[in-house]
Write a protein of this length. Sequence first.
Length: 424
Amino acid sequence: MKILVIGSGAREHAVVLALAGGPDGTPTGHELHAAPGNPGIAAHARLHALDPMHPVAVGDLAARLEVDLVVVGPEGPLVAGAADAVRAAGIPCFGPSAAAAALEGSKAFAKDVMAAAGVPTAMAHVCTTPDEVADALDAFGAPYVVKDDGLAAGKGVVVTSDRAEALAHGAACLARGGDAQVVVEEYLDGPEVSLFCLSDGSTVVPLAPAQDFKRAHDGDEGPNTGGMGAYSPLPWAPAGLVDEVLERVAQPTVDEMRHRGTPFVGVLYCGLALTGRGVRVVEFNARFGDPETQVVLARLASPLADELLAAATGRLDQQPRLRWRDDAAVTVVVAAHGYPATVRTGDPISGVDDADALPGVHVLHAGTATVDDALVSAGGRVLSVVGRGPDVEAARAAAYAGVDRIALEGSHHRGDIAARMPEL
């Protein structure tokens, strides 16, 4: 199969690696292309210079390459209509249309869908003025949860007990003007879980659950980020959790989207809180999550290409049951100096090959570039170091052994990824 993957992060590197055969799998023989890709992806796929935010360019490249399948990784191109352009070219695409990607592109829209589908989620107020934000904060009380309605690369949410900070974040979001909105929610207690579900618009197939770590520093301190690490499986998760989420959250949402005439094809990322009142949806994303994809796909034993093509062509119900490796996976993100604020780029990176050579370790590139044949930092989250082992503790040890081999001046990473399990 000839496959084009759109994107340039560690998530896309994980997807390409799984399509190629996995960190220790037999080569699949697929012809892989990526746009724009990164130096790590280049080891498995032919790279093409492309701005993924230009849907017509995405569709044109797919047609020129005559690919059998396009996989769109990031949320920005999906909301911009990349999948629509690919389908207009007559090529199967794994990724929702712009209309369906509004599940991630607008939190207010997602709340409306959940209300119609009877999906359990946090109570919320959609606000368009600072006064409305203030009233909503007072209605729910602390801790305050304030979300930018639109895309914000994982940094549009503030959870704080400081009312002034919450007000300031709401005001900053609204200052964008136009149709800017802010969603103020009740605080959801309990541990969070990420569950990806593949959808062909009707059939929904869950993947293995994972947990990520959003705060920049140890102990869940510091600002929100796009994610600093993750692990899978979740030994502490309640029995039947995946079936419950499928029945109460994912399938009703996909059904509602189909009823609205905007079928959801791709990954429905269910961000969940296991509260004292039961499962609640924190957010939906319309694509594979990063860094959870790095650990979930590391454990997948079924051929990924077959699943993605079946979803893109409405045949998920004909696929065999997914198979999973018994081991665990942990990923630790190595971030650049300044992340998640102003990031310094261009710093040399060394030790990646040494880390890759360790048993049970593979390194996924995110914000990297090659300059004069040298690997340098080119973004905020630079690398995802993935460790695998018979259990979470062993996988964690492998991941941190890999991190220790890597040198990047000014970089930082969390030291407590998967160190403690939640108590339910």
